[in-house]
Design a protein around this ligand. Structure first.
Ligand SMILES: C[S@@+](CC[C@H](N)C(=O)[O-])C[C@H]1O[C@@H](n2cnc3c(N)ncnc32)[C@H](O)[C@@H]1O
Length: 295
């Protein structure tokens, strides 16, 4: 299996990046107070789950375990399906008793095949900020609407890149520079720097109800502050070479990597003792039970 079409995606898909995504998953879960699915979403009727842009499939792996704990009807198996535009990072999922788990290729901007329509009680999406152009969110949300059952929920988590900050005043020069490069490269590529409000308003137009955004700061919990610094540093290291290339500061990846390494070495030194992090925004919405009321 390979790529379906050329894309704007800003990250690599190598083993190092897969390891970073898996590590990031554990960290984000702690930032959310160990809630894989937000407490406002009813869990007892969740039997079928889709994870869009699943990456390595790490979120689904945890979902299979957590659903096993909530299930009131162990004789009825769950159905969990991860979708991604590329299979390059798919990792083998453990066999679960009472759960069928699949991973398959799917561009979230293309309609899903009819077997998936109205199939899912819950759809999860995380971190498409570096992959969807501003005008593409509507299409992705429409496709999520189509695969949800009436009464089903979605939860879409995105970073707020504008919120990158330290507790040092004035902000360290390397942090200012890294944030500036990141924000300009996203903007130049027609990507949002803080997609949550746009996701919410597009979802409203498409017909979702119960829409709200929950904001989490990666630095609120004191015991996570060292990990927040490490997480942000590693994420910036991943994204910065491409930012350099998109902004025309580096002509090829190796040169971009070298420039990014220098900037990030300064960042690590200037922020070594600082509290550094950013906000994650979680958008939640429900597909109405009675569709005729919105169509
Ligand atoms: C930053 S990773 C996040 C992976 C996973 N959601 C997580 O949080 O660990 C973004 C993922 O989106 C996928 N992706 C990019 N464009 C996509 C599209 N149009 N449709 C589906 N997946 C896409 C990438 O291949 C990548 O696996």
């Amino acid at each position: 299996m390979g790529e379906i079409q050329p894309e704007i995606y800003i990250l690599n898909r190598d083993a190092e990046e897969s390891a970073r995504l898996n590590c990031q998953h554990d960290f984000l879960l702690e930032v959310y107070g160990n809630n894989l699915i937000h407490p406002s979403i009813p869990k007892s009727n969740i039997q079928s789950v889709a994870d869009i842009a699943t990456g390595t499939g790490i979120w689904l792996r945890d979902a299979a375990t957590v659903l096993g704990m909530w299930n009131r009807n162990p004789s009825s198996p769950y159905y969990l399906h991860g979708f991604d535009i590329s299979s390059a990072q798919f990792q083998p999922l453990p066999t679960q008793t009472n759960a069928e788990i699949s991973l398959s290729l799917q561009n979230c901007l293309e309609p899903f095949s009819s077997e998936h329509h109205g199939r899912y009680d819950f759809v999860h999406v995380r971190l498409l900020i570096g992959a969807l152009r501003k005008g593409e969110y509507e299409l992705a949300i429409k496709n999520i609407f189509d695969i949800l059952k009436p009464g089903g929920y979605f939860q879409w988590e995105e970073t707020d890149m504008d919120s990158i900050e330290s507790d040092i005043s004035p902000q360290p020069p390397s942090l200012i520079e890294a944030r500036r490069l990141l924000l300009s490269s996203l903007d130049k590529s027609d990507l949002y720097t803080k997609p949550a409000e746009h996701i919410k308003s597009e979802a409203k137009c498409i017909g979702f109800s119960n829409l709200h955004i929950v904001e989490y700061s990666s630095t609120t919990r004191p015991h996570l502050r060292d990990r927040s610094r490490a997480w942000l540093t590693r994420a910036l290291q991943s994204v910065m070479p491409m930012a350099m290339i998109r902004l025309g500061k580096a002509s090829e990846e190796d040169f971009g990597k070298e420039m990014a390494k220098e900037l990030m070495a300064e960042f690590e030194s200037e922020c070594a003792e600082a509290i550094v992090g950013l906000n994650m925004d979680m958008v939640i919405g429900k597909k109405p039970e009675r569709l005729e009321s919105v169509l």
